[in-house]
Design a protein. Sequence first.
Length: 134
Amino acid sequence: MSMPRYRIKQAAELLGVSDDTLRRWAESGKVELEHDGSGRLVVPGDALAQLVAEQGTGLTAVPVVAQSARNHFRGLVTRVVKDTVMAQVEIQAGPFRVVSLMSREAADELRLAPGVLAVATVKATNVTVEIPDA
C-alpha cells in the first residue's frame, strides 16, 4: 500500500487551519511537503499524522446520516502495533488520542498505517465519570 498524501487544501481543512498557515508551517520546517506525480505540493500522510500527534490539532467532525452510536472521532492514524493475532491502532482526533484494539486481520484489511484518515466510532453501555483533583 502506498502512503496516503493530502493536498495542501485538504490537509489544512483536516487541521482546522488556512492553506497559508500550512504553507508557513512548511516553510518553517514544522511540516514536510513533497511533490506528487503531477508536480503538486502534497503533505505525506505520515508527516501529517506526526504533526497532529504533536499538536493535538483538531480534525473536523464527520457527518453521519443515521446511526445509533453518537461518538465519532475523525482523525489520523498515528501508530499501529501488530502481533500475530491483534493490532493496537492509535488515532489522534483533535486533542483526543483514541486507542483501538482489533484483530490483525481487520487492521490489515483496512490498511491502517500512520497517516491514514480514519473515524473511530465509540458506543459503550458503561461510561465511567471521574472528578479530577482540584
